[in-house]
Design a protein around this ligand. Structure first.
Ligand code: NDP
Length: 400
């Protein structure tokens, strides 16, 4: 039925690729393209005996619009799935525009030399995508992604008005290393060392990194410390959930992770300012990434579960209500199925489902959209089929 060009073959990409291959009825053909073609070829060799999906591979530098346009013209995909890094969002969107091809990604654009992310750069493409008659689906991972769909679903089925949204991202997994990150270390450390930010009464409130801490007893995981962070879906949900008064995002971190991070920050290892080292310029954070464990290698070592979801407060039929929607994903089960830990799994599955929504026409609308702007029901119906069942229940609200 559809042909997808998948750019990036790392932790998230390899799960999404395997999920497309499980869904051959929709994804009849995929081309896996990345900077390191050997990784694409290796995955192709592993998968082609197990799937009806026809797989090809290519090498591409996704920072180069010309290379991308040439590849898209050769492959002629129905959609480009951007599973590379946030730095490549704009070049890939440019190439999609030039070739009138649908686009999706899992993380919003971030310039490589500034640790700052926001939607404005990608929202600037709204008119151009609309005129070209193509859809850009932004942030089709778990958070952003599934959490945004949970918000649209809560509003459609459970609330007349939503007052507050607390997004809770808990990784209860243990990989046995004193310090490692669960997805691309450079992107992860840029995100967690940034200042915190949340949305309240129509304005942003800024905090120091890790300044606000809460303790939460996560179903199937247990009691964890979690810290308020800025996260991209706050920005789009603040626009798209009418009347919402406060949106916060919390992520759990263990004490060992925080102690290591503080120490690395204090010695300058998380800096993105280039320095001179033995006659060449290096970026300390990129050097740190090179010495940290590759997130892909955590798969066989990680035990435990993730629990990611949202607590909503508001009113239905004049009554105050608090409602919780979440997914629990088991690291070892994920590894057994696709050879990756649950962080890549919980991102790769919605990436495939988002692309499926677009290529089947279920979520096709010319322009640039985030996930909560579409009907949540068809997406929610697919989640359990592809390994991410959700739970919804009444729950106590989180402490203010
Ligand atoms: P990885 O580093 O594991 O993979 C990135 C892939 O992109 C690699 O295959 C890499 O190639 C490729 N790549 C990087 N630069 C280029 C380039 N210039 N041209 C072509 N290919 C390139 O990252 P993850 O899989 O962990 O993360 C992928 C994305 O998912 C990120 O944007 C991340 O922010 C996002 N994410 C979103 C989440 C969500 O819930 N929404 C959660 C987790 C991640 P090479 O192999 O050569 O390095």
């Amino acid at each position: 039925m559809a042909r997808a060009l998948i750019i990036g073959c790392g932790g998230v990409g390899s799960v999404a690729i395997q999920k497309c291959c499980q869904n051959s009825e929709v994804f009849e053909e995929i081309c896996i393209a990345s900077r390191t073609r050997a990784k694409c070829d290796e995955l192709k060799a592993k998968l082609e005996k197990t799937t009806k999906t026809k797989i090809t591979t290519a090498k591409v530098d996704a920072n180069q619009v010309d290379e991308l346009v040439a590849l898209i013209n050769r492959v002629k995909p129905d959609i480009v799935m951007n599973l590379a890094l946030p730095y490549q969002d704009l070049t890939i969107m440019e190439a999609c525009l030039a070739t009138k091809t649908h686009y999706m990604d899992t993380a919003n654009y971030e310039p490589e030399d500034t640790a700052h992310f926001e939607y404005s750069w990608q929202w600037a493409y709204r008119n151009a995508f609309e005129k070209a008659g193509i859809t850009a689906l932004l942030g089709s991972g778990f958070d952003p992604g599934v959490t945004s769909v949970f918000a649209a679903y809560a509003l459609k089925h459970h609330f007349d008005e939503i007052d507050t949204i607390d997004i809770l991202d808990c990784n209860g997994g243990d990989h046995g290393y004193p310090f490692a990150t669960n997805f691309n270390p450079e992107i992860n450390i840029r995100e967690v060392s940034a200042r915190g930010k949340y949305w309240e009464n129509g304005a942003w409130v800024e905090t120091d990194p890790m300044e606000i801490k809460r303790v939460y007893d996560f179903p199937e995981v247990g009691v964890k410390d979690m810290y308020l962070m800025h996260h991209e879906e706050i920005e789009s949900l603040a626009l798209n959930i009418p009347g919402v008064k406060r949106i916060r995002f919390f992520m759990t971190f263990g004490q060992s992770y925080l102690t290591h991070l503080k120490c690395l920050e204090n010695v300058g290892m998380t800096s993105i300012e280039p320095i001179e080292f033995q006659g060449q310029q290096i970026v300390p954070l990129q050097f740190l990434k090179a010495v940290l464990p590759d997130p892909a290698s955590l798969g066989p070592r990680t035990k435990g579960k993730t629990n990611i979801g949202c607590i909503f407060t508001g009113r239905k039929d004049g009554k105050e209500k608090t409602y919780y929607i979440y997914n629990v994903c088991d690291h070892e089960e994920s590894y057994k199925e696709v050879g990756s830990q649950a962080i890549s799994y919980t991102t790769g599955v919605p990436a495939m489902i988002g692309a499926m929504m677009v290529v089947t026409g279920t979520w096709q609308k010319p322009g640039v959209y985030t996930m909560e702007e579409f009907d949540p029901d068809p997406f929610m119906a697919e989640l359990p089929k592809w390994g991410l069942p959700w739970v919804e229940c009444f729950a106590p609200k989180l402490v203010d």
